[in-house]
Ligand binder design. Structure first.
Ligand SMILES: Cc1cc2nc3c(=O)[nH]c(=O)nc-3n(C[C@H](O)[C@H](O)[C@H](O)COP(=O)(O)O)c2cc1C
Length: 191
């Protein structure tokens, strides 16, 4: 099973904090694995840094984190490193990278380098309780819009048009069932 989380990491050269939604899974129930495509800040940061944080947070925050790196960050001190996390997360895990493998990947979006990062969790911290709320369809759809948004810049014009149409369809439903907050984020993805 793959889980969507926000990975927060530090750029050791510029000292900038970074956030990005990323899918992660467990190997043999104990090794945490992430597949990172070349071109993102997260790819560069995790190539150079040994520690990062897995943020378990709301689907809205997962979706919002794809837009920019302007998060509400706190910092965890470990081994003389200050590792950023999102203060609005429900739970955070400090991960230490044990292994990196860079391979050539071929998929629907062309050829690119893919770094397979394996890590172990060395610390965990509960930050706040998730709210008990009935399911709203905008919650899943905003994450799907975020996934499509993240692909817009790596595809050709024809694929971009198709992706935009798919995003428009999700947005139509968000406008029917979602709150203003979700509608505004959906609008940003379509700008
Ligand atoms: C729900 C979701 C899951 C994602 N999973 C991955 C992933 O597993 N690997 C990856 O390289 N990019 C993934 N992305 C795309 C990155 O989040 C996106 O490229 C982001 O802009 C990288 O930000 P950064 O440059 O600040 O690191 C995902 C996006 C979303 C919305």
């Amino acid at each position: 099973m793959k889980y969507e989380v926000v990975i927060t990491s530090k750029n050791s050269k510029t000292n900038e904090d970074n956030r990005a939604p990323i899918g992660v899974y467990y190997k043999n129930n104990k090794i945490l694995v992430a597949h990172l495509y070349e071109g993102s800040h997260t790819y560069e940061n995790l190539k150079n840094e040994d520690y990062f944080i897995i943020n378990i947070c709301s689907p809205y925050l997962i979706a919002e984190s794809v837009l920019n790196d302007e998060g509400n960050y706190g910092h965890l001190e470990y081994n003389d490193c200050l590792i950023p996390y999102l203060k609005d997360s429900y739970k955070i895990y400090l991960a230490k990278i044990n292994n990196r493998k860079i391979i050539e990947s071929k998929n629907d979006y062309g050829n690119s380098k893919l770094m397979i990062v394996e890590s172990t969790i060395i610390l965990e911290k509960d930050l706040k309780y998730p709210p008990f709320k009935p399911y709203n369809r905008a919650v899943g759809l905003i994450v799907e819009m975020a996934v499509l948004y993240s692909r817009l810049n790596i595809v050709n014009d024809e694929k971009r048009k198709k992706i935009k149409e798919e995003m428009e369809n999700y947005f139509k439903i968000i406008k029917k069932v979602g709150s203003e907050k979700y509608i505004n984020l959906g609008k940003k993805f379509l700008e």
